[in-house]
Design a protein around this ligand. Structure first.
Ligand SMILES: Nc1ncnc2c1ncn2[C@@H]1O[C@H](COP(=O)(O)OP(=O)(O)OP(=O)(O)O)[C@@H](O)[C@H]1O
Ligand SMILES: O=C(O)[C@@H](O)C(=O)CO
Length: 414
């Protein structure tokens, strides 16, 4: 299970890359969805939750419900996917969720592996690096919801868990499978943060944990699996004809660069927080009229709607009596998604995990099948909403993707 929607498609992208037939359910699957998944005969299922910044008790309840559903489906091994930049606060939710899952599964050793080298995330001497910078010195220190101001993974996890947290250094990983397994078993703690700098390190960690009921991490560890023979054909993904939109609620530095790049080519509109607070439905209606007009003049051209293009846009605290900016922006982008869909949009590239959760929940899509990959951890997907409308969706993690992804990413749907 994954704590946000972009993280879910990130993990699914990596499992598909290793040849596993993988479905993503958006929320805890119902009995009917479980029956469909049984028929489809998947190798892996990712349950996408929106729990990264939810109240702790809520996050734990939803994660345990996801575990329960997956067990009823017959799953025996579980991957607790959180952000490769360990997005959390001293209260959670990584620790409390992992504690609950470990208790349910009777797991006494659980690896903690944020490393995802293909996107620049590595762990060395227990410290998390992003593109060669310590996490605490990276742009993640400015994150609007989970600012990361420490890089020591064990130190980040300790206040969040009732268990002890140990670390295993890179030398032990590189000493091979037997040495690593022995070190994990001997570690003084339930959680074991394991260093990994490249995919060969992840392959060793994946090998030695292949019998563990629970592993935790970013999606990189999934790339450590040996490839299965006949990989599923992602080019078989159905493409749904319709208008195109980029909806970006992410304030991450990669997204801000992608917005700057796309503004040169796409019709764009920056959301105005004050105007949304004054009249959110009216703003969404005006934006939809603008998008309709753009699509009528340039069919096939995406429109770009975004929240932030500079860190100065970020609101630290709302004015007295007002809702937090994050809630307002997520509601506005979710409102745009449903109104744009009503106007004929069927292809959405969404930036940001929380934003993707709000958008996909508003569209009421319940399951995604993955298609072509756009970048490490990002793929197009196809899903059908409860009202029967089909969509192509790419859910892009804030810091993932090349600078031109908002303009070049559509080629895969051509
Ligand atoms: N002006 C603003 N002030 C404060 N928060 C904002 C503002 N604009 C957008 N936000 C919020 O910032 C949050 C960004 O989180 P989101 O998960 O969508 O992106 P991200 O963290 O970059 O992506 P990911 O989680 O995939 O790395 C959203 O809740 C969004 O609504
Ligand atoms: O692990 C990552 O970095 C991403 O999948 C993510 O979770 C960002 O929201």
């Amino acid at each position: 299970m994954a704590d946000d929607f972009t993280g879910a498609t990130d993990l699914a992208t990596n499992w598909v890359a290793r040849g596993l037939r993988t479905s993503v359910t958006l929320g805890v699957p119902s009995d009917e969805q479980l029956a469909d998944l049984r028929v489809a005969g998947m190798d892996a299922v990712v349950v996408a939750l929106k729990t990264r910044t939810a109240p702790v008790a809520d996050a734990v309840r939803q994660s345990v419900a996801a575990l329960d559903a997956l067990r009823r489906l017959g799953c025996e091994r579980f991957y607790d996917k959180y952000c490769s930049t360990f997005d959390s606060t001293p209260a959670g939710n990584i620790g409390p969720v992992a504690d609950a899952l470990a208790a349910e599964l009777g797991a006494d050793k659980v690896v903690v592996v944020p490393s995802f080298p293909a996107t620049g995330r590595t762990v060395y001497q227990g410290h998390l690096f992003v593109g060669g910078q310590l996490l605490s010195e990276s742009s993640m220190r400015h994150h609007p919801l989970t600012p990361m101001t420490d890089s020591d993974v064990a130190a980040l996890l300790r206040p969040q868990t009732t268990h002890r947290v140990a670390t295993v250094p890179l030398q032990t990983v590189r000493a091979g499978a037997a040495a690593l397994r022995a070190a994990i078993d001997a570690a003084e703690g339930t959680y074991v943060v394991v260093d990994a700098l490249d995919e060969s390190d992840l392959a060793i960690i994946a090998e030695v944990t292949s019998g563990d009921p629970l592993v935790t991490g970013g999606s990189g560890l999934a790339l450590g699996l040996p490839a299965v023979a006949d990989a599923p054909a992602t080019d078989a993904m159905p493409v749904t004809a319709g208008h195109r939109a980029v909806l970006a609620g992410s304030a991450s530095s990669a997204t801000r660069g992608q917005i700057a790049d796309a503004r040169e080519q796409l019709a764009h509109h920056k959301l105005d927080l004050a105007a949304l607070r004054a009249d959110l439905p009216g703003e969404v209606a005006r934006l939809t009229a603008w998008a309709r007009e753009r699509w009528s003049r340039a069919p096939g051209e995406p429109v770009l709607v975004y929240a932030v293009d500079s860190l100065d846009d970020l609101e630290k605290a709302p004015p007295a009596g007002e809702r937090p900016a994050s809630e307002v922006m997520e509601e506005a982008l979710a409102g745009c998604a449903t109104a744009f869909a009503e106007a004929g949009a069927r292809q959405f590239l969404v930036a940001g995990g929380e934003t993707s959760g709000s958008v996909v929940q508003a569209l009421d899509v319940q399951r995604l099948e993955l298609g072509p990959s756009l970048a490490p951890g990002v793929s197009w997907a196809h899903g059908t909403a409860a009202d029967g409308r089909a969509y192509n969706l790419a859910l892009k993690s804030g810091n993932f993707g090349h600078r031109d992804i908002f303009t070049a990413g559509w080629q895969a749907l051509a």
